[in-house]
Ligand binder design. Sequence first.
Ligand SMILES: NC(=O)c1ccc[n+]([C@@H]2O[C@H](COP(=O)([O-])OP(=O)(O)OC[C@H]3O[C@@H](n4cnc5c(N)ncnc54)[C@H](O)[C@@H]3O)[C@@H](O)[C@H]2O)c1
Length: 318
Amino acid sequence: MTRRVLVAGGAGFIGSHIAEAYLADGWEVEIIDDLSRGKEHNVPSGACFTRLDVRSPEARERVARGRFDVVNVQAAQIDVRHSVEQPAYDADINLLGLINLLEGAGSGGVGRVVFASSGGVLYGEAATVPTPETAPKMPVSPYGVSKLAGEHYLRALAALRGFEGVAMRYANVFGPRQDPKSEAGVVSIFVSRLRAGQALTIYGNGRQTRDYVFVRDVARANVLASTARLPVPDEHDAIGFNVATSTELSVVELAETVGRVLGRTPDIRFEDARAGELQRSSLDTSKARQVLGWKPEFSFESGLAELISWFEREERNG
Ligand SMILES: NC(=O)c1ccc[n+]([C@@H]2O[C@H](COP(=O)([O-])OP(=O)(O)OC[C@H]3O[C@@H](n4cnc5c(N)ncnc54)[C@H](O)[C@@H]3O)[C@@H](O)[C@H]2O)c1
């Protein structure tokens, strides 16, 4: 029997790649998205799309009545600064929206829920880098708190309602379709600005590091996590999987690498460090390797080359 998955947020950056990866693996794919940030043209052909808000009764019904094997929740309010300004709005989408879908999954006999969490914000300034799943959690923003709380709702409601839950703790995801205007997309921002001959702005001294994982690797991890045999959820971190490269790249190194690959020397402007910004962030992926049989296949440079080709295609197509 063909397996069925609903991808919430599947018109967005990561969700659309995940939908493609399920389709390539032979799944039937339904997508719901309110298009607040996603775009209908991101929906892959072969997937069925309905415009729905994850907080709506219609979305819960869709999950409950769709005979889905897996529900994959990518839909979220993703802007950290917005969550600081409006924490209630963030929680409304990221927690009440998630709970709404989890309730649908419970009544619809869904086998497993895969949830997009964030390793970048869960651990805060970690003592161990690359950081394992078991590290202390200290999110500093309401967005980070909503991701951690979302994991707890997932684990608790999975046990109460009888489905499995898995939380994908992404590092900094980059690749085609990431909005160069979004604050999360520093790689897209640098590529877009350098191609336009514009200066790059770096906040602080530029030595802060991040772990950049290519979006198609992230999509493959989601598909593997949909069927892999999972550890018994006897403690919170059992449901969590870091999805990353375990490689640290500083912002200055990032700017230089993008410049080298594009054949342009970046004009870098330094501005004051942003309050609350982490100095180091990189995630240990041993668990995903062992349990999911996953490891990243794209180096930063090969992912960057894919991203640049996409920018060129988009420009040609207007
Ligand atoms: N991009 C990253 O580096 C990164 C890192 C860690 C975690 N994440 C998480 O991964 C997931 C996907 O992020 P992304 O970067 O693709 O962002 P995105 O904004 O491109 O995708 C989110 C999608 O959810 C949709 N959405 C938002 N609110 C909705 C609602 N109320 N109802 C229905 N749909 C709604 C948006 O329209 C969008 O298509 C999010 O949960 C995000 O928190 C992303």
